[in-house]
Design a protein around this ligand. Structure first.
Ligand code: NAP
Length: 554
C-alpha cells in the first residue's frame, strides 16, 4: 500500500516532534525528517532523540546543497550522523542517501552498510536504505541508467528518482518506472506539471508519495499539502482502476474545477472511482496534441475525460478531428455539431471503445440557467429577445445556443466588427442574430441581458458593462413606454462568477429585475460534464456548496 510521507525541515527537536505529531493527526503514514540545517555535530544526540520520539515512523535525510538540499557541511558529519543512528534504540524506518554520494565515497558506503538492513547484514537492524537521485532542472538524460544502477546496489531497499517535469508527459515515464520496478520505488516529478505523479503514485503502486504539512512548508516544488492530498484529491479512494480526469488549460492553478468534481465523485452514491487534477498544457496546439495524445495512449492511466478551458477550446476541436484512437480512424470520434459551429469545445469524454466525444457544455449551461430564471423550457426560448454584451469566446457559445433555439439575439460589443462577425457566423440558425454598438444598449427592448465581458470581475468589482447612461430606458428624455426599460419582466445574467454578486447584478436587482449569477452557469456546465463522465446525476448542491465556500457570499 502506497504511503504518504510528510516532509519536515527540522530546526529543533521540539519543532520536529510537534510537526511529526501534526502529520500523524492529518493522517500521514510516515515523516521524512530533513535535518539539512540541524545536522551540526552538537545536535546529533537530539537527532537520535527526534527519531526515537517521533509520532510516526520516519525517513532520515540530510540533503546536501549539491543535490538540492540545504546541508553545506562535509561528509564527515553525515557519516557521524549515521554512526549515531546505528546506536539508537529506535532507529529510523529508512535513511535516504544520494546515489551520487553513495557511489563516490567508499567510507560512506561502508558506514551505511553497518546501519541498514541488506542481504549481507549480520547485525539485527531494520532500517532500509533509500538511494535517491534528484534533478531540479530537467529530466536527467541518463534517467534509466541511474535507475538501473540504483536497483543493482545490493544494500538499496528503495529507489527514489525525482526530476522536474518538462510537461505532463513526464508523469507517464514516472508511472512506467513504477510499473517496471525491480525494487520498491518512489518516482516523482517536481513542479506544477508533476502533480499527477504525486497524486497517482498510489494508482501505480509507488512505495510512497511525499506531502507537505501545510501549504507553506513543502520541501520540493509542486508538493501538495497532506490535507490536500487526502481531502481534495481523494487519496484514500485511489486504486489501480481509478479513472483520471482533469482541467486542461494555461494557466489552471486558479481553477475551481478540481474542487467541485472531486467533491462530486465523493458525494454520489457509493462514490465514483475517479480523481480530477489540474492539467497545465502550454497554449500551442502541438503541445496539446502531444500531451493529450500521450495520456490517451497510456491504457493503464485510465484517462477518461477533461474540462478544457482557455486557451485550448479550439485546440480540442482540432484534436478530435485529427487524433485517431488505436485501430480506428479520427472519424470514430464525435463532435457535437453546435460545438463545431461555435468553433470551441470545453468537454472531452473518452468512450469505452477509446473514441472521443467532444462537446460544449457552456452554451447549454447558459441556456438552461436562463430557462430556469424565466420558468420555461428550451422550446419557450423561440421568439424571445436576448441581448448579449461582449463578442468573445463566451459570447460566441451563448449567441449560438440562443439562436439555435430560435431566440432573437442582439450582440452589443465595444468593437462592433467583432459583433458583426458573430452575426454573420450564425446567420443560418433559426433565431436572428444582429450586431449593435454598445451605445445602443440604452434603446434595447430585449427581455434577457447577458454579460459576456470581464467588466466587473475581481478585482475591479465596482465596474459594470451597463453603466447608468447605457441602462435601457434610463436615457434622459426616453419615453417610459413599457417596452424599453429594466423592470420585473427583465432577466439579467452575469457570466462572471468572481465576485458572485457583481455590480451589474446589484443594479439589476435595484431596478426590480430577476438575476442569475455566473455560478449558476459554472455549476451547470460542470454538472453536464460530470454526468457525461460518470453516468450519474451530478450533485449540484455539493458543487454550489464548494463554490460558495471558495467565492464567499451567494
Ligand atoms: P474574451 O474572449 O476575451 O472576450 C471578452 C469580450 O469582452 C470581448 O468582446 C471584449 O470586447 C469585451 N471586453 C473586454 N473588456 C472590455 C471593456 N473594458 N469594456 C467593454 N468590453 C470589454 O473572453 P471570454 O472567454 O468570452 O470570457 C468573458 C467572460 O465570460 C469572462 O470574464 C468570464 O467571467 C465569463 N465566463 C464565465 C463562465 C461561467 O461558467 N460562468 C464561462 C466562460 C466565461 P472587444 O471585442 O472590444 O475586445
Amino acid at each position: 500500500m502506497t504511503r504518504i510521507a510528510v516532509a519536515i525541515m527540522v530546526h529543533s527537536l521540539e519543532q520536529g516532534l510537534a510537526a511529526a505529531a501534526r502529520a500523524a493527526e492529518h493522517g500521514a503514514d510516515l515523516v521524512e525528517f530533513r535535518v539539512d540545517q540541524f545536522a551540526d555535530p552538537a545536535n546529533l544526540p537530539q537527532i537520535v532523540e527526534l527519531v526515537e520520539r517521533s509520532a510516526l515512523p520516519c525517513i532520515l535525510t540530510c540533503r546536501p546543497t549539491w543535490e538540492g538540499g540545504l546541508y553545506d557541511g562535509d561528509d564527515q558529519t553525515r557519516i557521524s550522523l549515521l554512526e549515531h543512528i546505528g546506536l539508537a534504540k529506535r532507529p529510523p524506518a529508512y535513511i535516504d542517501v544520494e546515489f551520487v554520494a553513495y557511489q563516490r565515497s567508499a567510507n560512506l558506503r561502508q558506514k551505511v552498510g553497518l546501519v541498514v538492513d541488506h542481504p549481507e547484514q549480520v547485525r539485527p537492524v531494520s532500517t532500509g536504505l533509500i538511494l535517491s537521485s534528484h534533478d531540479f532542472d530537467r529530466r536527467p538524460t541518463d534517467l534509466l541508467q541511474r535507475v538501473e544502477a540504483m536497483a543493482s546496489a545490493p544494500a538499496c531497499r528503495v529507489m527514489k528518482i525525482v526530476w522536474k517535469a518538462r510537461s505532463l508527459r513526464d508523469n507517464l515515464e514516472a508511472f512506467e518506472l513504477l510499473a517496471a520496478k525491480h525494487k520498491p520505488t518512489i518516482a516523482l516529478c517536481m513542479g506544477e506539471e508533476g502533480l499527477a505523479s504525486r497524486v497517482l503514485a498510489k494508482k501505480f503502486g509507488a512505495l510512497l508519495t511525499f506531502a507537505a504539512l501545510d501549504a507553506q512548508s513543502g520541501t520540493a516544488p509542486g508538493q501538495p499539502a497532506v490535507a490536500q492530498l487526502k481531502g481534495l484529491y481523494r487519496w484514500d479512494r485511489i486504486g489501480p482502476a481509478t479513472k483520471v480526469y482533469g482541467v486542461i488549460g494555461h494557466p489552471v492553478g486558479h481553477s475551481m474545477s478540481p474542487a467541485i468534481h472531486n467533491a462530486g465523485f465523493d458525494a454520489v452514491e457509493n462514490g465514483f472511482d475517479g480523481v480530477y487534477l489540474p492539467l497545465p498544457i502550454p497554449p500551442e496546439y502541438e503541445h496539446f496534441k502531444a500531451t493529450v495524445g500521450a495520456w490517451l495512449d497510456e491504457p493503464g492511466l485510465h484517462f477518461r475525460g477533461a474540462s478544457v478551458t482557455i486557451p485550448h477550446k479550439e485546440n480540442l476541436l482540432r484534436f478530435a478531428r485529427e487524433w485517431a484512437p488505436a485501430g480506428k480512424e479520427p472519424a470514430a470520434n464525435t463532435i457535437e455539431p453546435l460545438a463545431e459551429l461555435i468553433g470551441a469545445a470545453n468537454t472531452l469524454s473518452v468512450r469505452d471503445d477509446g473514441s472521443l466525444f467532444v462537446c460544449n457544455t457552456d452554451y447549454a449551461a447558459a441556456l438552461d440557467a436562463v430557462c430556469a430564471g424565466l420558468g420555461i423550457g428550451r422550446p419557450g426560448l423561440a421568439g424571445r429577445r436576448v441581448a448579449v454584451i461582449g463578442a468573445g469566446g463566451a459570447a460566441r457559445a451563448i449567441v449560438a445556443g440562443f439562436a439555435q433555439h430560435g431566440a432573437s439575439v442582439v450582440v452589443y460589443n465595444r468593437t462592433i466588427e467583432k459583433a458583426q462577425a458573430l452575426a454573420e457566423r450564425f446567420a443560418g440558425l433559426p433565431g436572428k442574430v444582429v450586431a449593435a454598438a454598445m451605445e445602443k444598449l440604452c434603446d434595447s427592448c430585449c427581455e434577457v441581458f447577458i454579460n459576456c465581458t470581464p467588466v466587473g470581475m475581481h478585482p475591479k468589482v465596482d465596474q459594470t458593462p451597463v453603466p447608468a447612461e447605457l441602462r435601457p430606458g434610463n436615457k434622459p428624455g426616453a419615453k417610459a413606454d413599457g417596452k424599453v426599460g429594466w423592470g420585473p419582466q427583465t432577466l439579467v445574467f452575469d457570466t462572471i462568477y468572481n465576485p458572485v454578486q457583481t455590480q451589474l447584478l446589484r443594479d439589476a436587482r435595484e431596478a426590480g429585475c430577476k438575476t442569475i449569477t455566473g455560478v449558476e452557469m459554472f455549476v451547470r456546465q460542470a454538472a453536464a460534464q460530470f454526468e457525461l463522465w460518470t453516468g450519474k446525476k451530478a450533485p449540484v448542491e455539493v458543487f454550489r456548496g464548494v463554490l460558495a465556500k471558495k467565492l464567499g457570499g451567494g
